[in-house]
Design a protein around this ligand. Sequence first.
Ligand code: VG1
Ligand code: CO
Length: 549
Amino acid sequence: LKIKSVPTQPIEGQKTGTSGLRKKVKEFMRENYLANWIQALFDSLPPEDYKNGVLVLGGDGRYFNKEAAQIIIKIAAGNGVGKILVGRLANGGFIMSASHNPGGPEYDWGIKFNYSSGQPAPESITDKIYGNTLSISEIKVADIPDINLSQLGVTNCGPFSVEVVDPVADYLELLEQVFDFSLIRSLISRSDFRFTFDAMHAVTGAYAKPIFVDKLGASIDSILNGVPLEDFGHGHPDPNLTYAKELVDIMYAEHGPDFGAASDGDGDRNMILGSRFFVTPSDSVAIIAANAEKAIPYFKTGPKGLARSMPTSGALDRVAEKLNLPFYEVPTGWKFFGNLMDAGKLSICGEESFGTGSDHIREKDGIWAVLAWLSVIAFRNKDKKPGEKLVSVSDVVSEHWATYGRNFFSRYDYEASLILCYFECESEGANKMIDYLRDLISKGKTGDVYGDYTLQFADDFTYTDPVDGSVVAKQGVRFVFTDGSRIIFRLSGTGSAGATVRIYIEQFEADASKHDGDAQIALKALIDLALCTSKLKEFTGREQPTVIT
Ligand code: VG1
Ligand code: CO
């Protein structure tokens, strides 16, 4: 194998955020931009982690993935990797995706590195990579031709080889061990249950037909936008009430389907809908956890522990308490769950940002979440005769609230508009607002009165990993009030330009007679309080949020 040494220079700004490095495609296409980061990554790893080893390379099919794959393969070979396994989505290794961010020549590209057991690389590694991008001078590239990645099979280049695998087959095999497919099939194949899945022209398009149609008996027209496209059909592949509008309209129409779900660019997010009913992600993970032992064979001896990210509502905490399970609160970003899973402390976890998953893999998993919900609904209806009324998604949620109480929750995003750049939130204003809030909490004390609420404490969330003792600070400014209500402020770490402010608002309601209300109404006083406490309008000039979830 002939290896070339390509001279290069450091490029500023290659620091990874919440989940990998995300930039505009045009930036990634600059000379050596991607190559520098990949080389810096190899420079950060102990050689025994990759020399003659096997790495996996996957992506969500977005624009620039094909070119990027060839660059990554040649640098991997140049650094002594033995073999690259390529699928369109993988459990570990490199993931070429900017996830829920839009794709196409004018939009975003991104890359993530997942470590040994498949979990997103911890900050100890990403910080090292960033350090190396600032001092890099040489890229090691194997002098090999482009590899044909469109056909299954092995290509050998001396001691190095590339194998293209069918990513769906392996994944499906795993899912069949996790879930009772015949139980789910018994629900989906009923004539009185109608199912819809929106792949948003993203990666789950490749998984939807083999899993939902071929294995579980859904009809082919139950899959919307099932063809993966490089620009996601000009859509924004983020499954929420704003961006998955097509599905939402179908689910809210008269006589719409009974169950609807959608997934994001790289398939790790999910949105669950019933007929005219939206399940918040915070409730979703709590409900899956509460029902897992009965409905999902993988959890037949009960979950080991539960966890959520800090801004996610406390609905899951109540389930952990009732089931007497260990419970963890981690910062935003899936990478913080991995250690707990590897240590056998955690089985089911989730984030308010439409991320739900378990320790069957080390990433959040959109299809898993859909199958988990289908399992719960199927279990509740397994003895229902034809013609008998089925237990619906909204029935399951209402019953859950009646048992545990309802945590009203909403998130307001003031985000960089992707088309109208002049609407972009000024990053300076956003940063100043966070500085202002940090100053405010440093002066805040228990008993301070904020409108109708009394402060219990305010801080900037710090997390100490219970497994390896590593500490991360400044993970979100939170105001926690004596009745358990919370207001949280963070800046997004996944944008490719500008800044996005996120405000999370939560309030608990034990009284079942008040559970049916609209979250925006129930939370109005807290939302107003959040806006005036942060002086958001003053700092950012923004009147209205871009997205409310
Ligand atoms: C967002 C979400 C976070 C999620 C991350 C990656 O991060 O808030 O919960 O883990 O995206 O999801 P941030 O820093 O923008 O708030 V994905 O589907 O984009 O990999
Ligand atoms: Co994603």
